[in-house]
Write a protein that binds this ligand. Structure first.
Ligand SMILES: Cc1cc2nc3c(=O)[nH]c(=O)nc-3n(C[C@H](O)[C@H](O)[C@H](O)COP(=O)(O)O)c2cc1C
Ligand SMILES: [Mn+2]
Length: 481
């Protein structure tokens, strides 16, 4: 189905037509926007929030949050014909990804992002109503729903990713990228030669650019090509003003500049409320970006995606997208995979449930260990739960029943040491962090029947025939006429 929108603005217009956008007037950038975002996000059915007339800022300088929090908005954003949730949404993502054909961007002469261009002493980051999102945040984070662009010095391809970005002063931000991430690798190639790394940051971009920004892709694959494929048409880019980086032509705000080597300049950054549901990062020195130009549309919309423990509140259904990617990885290796669920309530990654139609002895062990070492699944995973094919893994009540009735803890739990985690993990002990040992165990819960004696305890179910007969005879008592 063709997408109903061209850019973030038009997406918001469509959401408004659907009756799912609330304009909030008069909120303060200092905690009020963040508080309303979290309060509504936690209802699980937040409208898209569009903050206007923000305290101390002119009307029209807006902030948008909670963009994709209902099945209706997810369907609109993904271009699905009807709204779906649970395993249906996982299957919809799989159908999209299966037709994967990377589409490179097209360059256009100019775009609405260049409606306003500020350079030199005209650069002032305080032009925008950047929120302080969470109560203990170390400052105002302009980059949460954003994309940080860089070009590989040797290979020439363009990467982007979401790396939290804090405002330091009118023309300086800090960009908190892990060294293992693609920006982390790219910037060190410039720094090794004593050069500053040119970067551009787009804030407020069309939904598939946002999805590509936080999705890990292989080294060498530009997120632009992936976003183009998700969209079904190439992303329009235009050359920057003070960098030659291709920037999204319809972005709301773009900052351009460079990151000098950290020994030339770093600033204290953090802490920041993170995806684990906890504050992380403390106050620590982080490399800066010196902002050389700011481009923005008239009446710009700063897109915010402040992390909370629910990944689905601030991403484009990343919880289900991850389940789809894990399912694809498993299907490429093993038969009998009937469903994969990634538990959003656990903070996005630590709990994955797989339902399997057991075909031979040892099958479930293969599945569990494949999840433990999958490219998508292995990072940050703590619990792998295997259930049988009569259990819908997205139905947590069914999964708890399976743990309660089909798992003997003495033999049904396996702990694998040395799983990959990160400094942000609240359960990682300080002494391991101190020596850089960022690993912890991964547990497998076999909440499934034993293959060799699996038929001994049939479940209580009502056969469709008996149900139909009962309905015919007594349905009139229960169903409204
Ligand atoms: C809201 C949000 C904030 C993020 N902040 C950071 C961050 O500060 N540092 C980081 O290394 N990754 C961060 N990530 C995760 C990266 O965006 C993700 O790993 C992405 O795949 C990185 O792109 P890359 O694979 O091209 O490096 C964040 C993700 C989201 C959704
Ligand atoms: Mn990348």
């Amino acid at each position: 189905m063709a997408l109903a929108y061209r850019d973030l603005r038009q997406y918001i217009e469509k959401v408004t037509e659907m009756g799912e956008c609330k304009v909030v007037e008069g909120a303060d950038w200092d905690l009020e926007i963040g508080t309303i975002t979290a309060w509504q996000g936690d209802t699980g059915r937040s409208p898209l929030l569009l903050f206007d007339n923000i305290k101390g800022y002119p009307a029209g300088y807006r902030v948008a949050t909670n963009l994709f929090n209902t099945p209706k908005r997810i369907a609109l954003a993904l271009g699905l014909e009807r709204e779906v949730k649970g395993m249906e949404l996982v299957k919809a993502w799989r159908a999209k990804d299966r037709n994967s054909k990377y589409l490179p961007p097209v360059e256009v002469e100019t775009g609405p992002v260049k409606e306003n261009v500020h350079t030199g002493s005209d650069v002032d980051l305080f032009e925008f109503p950047t929120p302080r999102w969470h109560e203990l945040d170390g400052g105002r984070y302009i980059g949460t729903g954003h994309m940080v662009l860089s070009r590989d010095l040797e290979e020439g391809w363009v990467n982007f990713g979401a790396y939290r970005t804090q405002v330091q002063d009118k023309n300086t931000v800090t960009v908190h990228a892990n060294n293992s991430k693609h920006l982390g690798i790219m910037r060190r190639k410039y720094w090794a030669k004593g050069l500053s790394c040119p970067i551009a940051i787009a804030i407020g971009e069309e939904p598939f650019l946002w999805a590509a920004s936080y999705t890990p892709l292989p080294w060498g694959v530009s997120e632009y090509d992936y976003a183009g494929f998700l969209k079904g048409s190439p992303i329009q880019v235009t050359k920057g003003v003070t960098t030659d980086l291709p920037i999204p032509a319809t972005a709301e705000i773009v900052l351009e500049g460079e990151m000098p080597p950290p020994e030339v300049e770093s600033r204290q950054e953090g802490p920041f409320g993170e995806w684990t549901g906890c504050y992380a990062g403390g106050k620590a020195p982080v490399p800066v970006m010196r902002v050389k130009s700011i481009l923005h549309r008239n009446n710009p919309i700063l897109m915010g995606a402040p992390p909370s423990k629910f990944v689905s509140h601030y991403t484009l259904a990343r919880d289900t997208h991850r389940a789809a990617a894990i399912w694809d990885e498993l299907d490429a290796k093993l038969p009998g995979i009937k469903g994969v669920w990634n538990v959003d309530d656990a903070g996005g990654m630590p709990i994955v449930i797989v339902s399997v139609k057991q075909l031979y002895a040892g099958h479930v062990t293969q599945v569990a260990l494949s999840v433990a070492c999958g490219i998508v699944s292995s990072h940050q995973i703590s619990w792998i739960i295997i259930v049988d094919d009569d259990i819908d893994p997205s139905d947590i009540s069914e999964v708890l029943w399976a743990i309660g009735q089909r798992c003997d803890p003495e033999t049904g739990i396996e702990v694998i040491p040395g799983g990959r985690t990160s400094r942000l993990k609240p359960s990682l002990p300080p002494d391991k962090k101190a020596i850089g040992d960022l690993t912890q165990g991964m547990a497998v819960i076999y909440a499934c029947k034993n293959y060799t004696w699996k038929d001994v305890a049939p479940r209580i179910t009502i056969s469709p025939e008996n149900l139909q007969k009962a309905k015919e005879k007594w349905g009139h008592l229960f169903e409204p006429r």
